[in-house]
Design a protein around this ligand. Structure first.
Ligand code: 5HY
Length: 251
């Protein structure tokens, strides 16, 4: 099977790291295609960034549909454009926040999310609410680390994230940690070994969740809300997103 992992920001070093982590957990027969869109923000740290990341993300989904991709992972903790992506895709699509929170709820009675900037904490709480995970989510914490600092060589980001995770276990009485940024994917094993609790990385969780869904032949339902978008003209910068009517079946 072929899974497309989309890092919706345009920082390719993070995309390569995400792809490497996805490949490290994927089954032997799974091909991982890791991409960033050709347009969009270098990192996603606000609603503005997130909104402007979605067009490029959807371009990658549309390309995947032409390429015969079996399933998709949206590798950004805000799960941007998730439902729009599900409308476009035939196969399953998961966001790393949704995947990570669900797996965390299966290995502990509570988890804390440890993410980057404080201004994104509200979005993580919002996702926990809409995913029905609020009862498991003890807290959402920010390390006040800009996303791209995770890519900076010699940064102290790893130490600061470990310390915030340690505080989460002590102060939130959490039993597991959810890493609140795709850029933390390479820290998961180290943090788990250091703290001795389950640490869930959404990139790994999403990759194996898509493998399971595809193996079970569970594609996105096209009955109702997630059916293909309606044919429509788009103008200006978005002209390329125009959707033509499906080919008429010959009588
Ligand atoms: C992410 N931003 O996973 C989110 C993390 C965040 O560029 N990739 C980003 O802080 O929401």
């Amino acid at each position: 099977m072929r899974i497309k992992i989309i890092n919706p920001n345009t920082t390719w070093s993070m995309t390569e790291k995400i792809g490497a982590c996805a490949r490290s957990v994927a089954r032997p027969g799974t091909q991982i295609v890791a991409v960033s869109p050709s347009m969009g923000p270098a990192s996603i740290e606000s609603h503005y960034d997130e909104a402007l990341a979605v067009p490029g993300l959807l371009q990658e989904i549309a390309a995947g549909e032409r390429e015969g991709i079996d399933g998709y992972v949206i590798a950004c903790f805000g799960d941007p454009g998730l439902k729009a992506a599900r409308e476009l895709a035939r196969g399953p699509v998961v966001g790393i926040a949704e995947a990570a929170m669900h797996l965390a709820s299966m290995v502990g009675s509570s988890f804390s999310v440890v993410t980057t900037l404080g201004r994104t904490v509200g979005q993580a709480w919002h996702l926990a609410e809409i995913y029905g995970m609020k009862r498991f989510c003890a807290n959402v914490r920010a390390c006040e680390i800009p996303v791209l600092e995770l890519e900076a060589p010699h940064s102290k980001a790893r130490e600061r994230i470990v310390e915030e995770c340690r505080r989460a276990l002590e102060e939130d009485a959490s039993e597991a940690i959810v890493l609140g940024c795709a850029g933390m994917t390479d820290l998961c094993e180290h943090i788990g070994q250091t703290l001795g609790v389950p640490v869930i990385d959404g990139v790994a969780a999403g990759t194996q969740m898509i493998e399971s869904l595809v193996s079970l032949r569970l594609a996105t339902s096209k009955r109702g809300e997630l059916a293909q978008p309606l044919p429509k003209a788009f103008v200006g910068l978005l002209e390329g997103f125009t959707l033509s009517p499906p080919p008429q079946r010959s009588a």
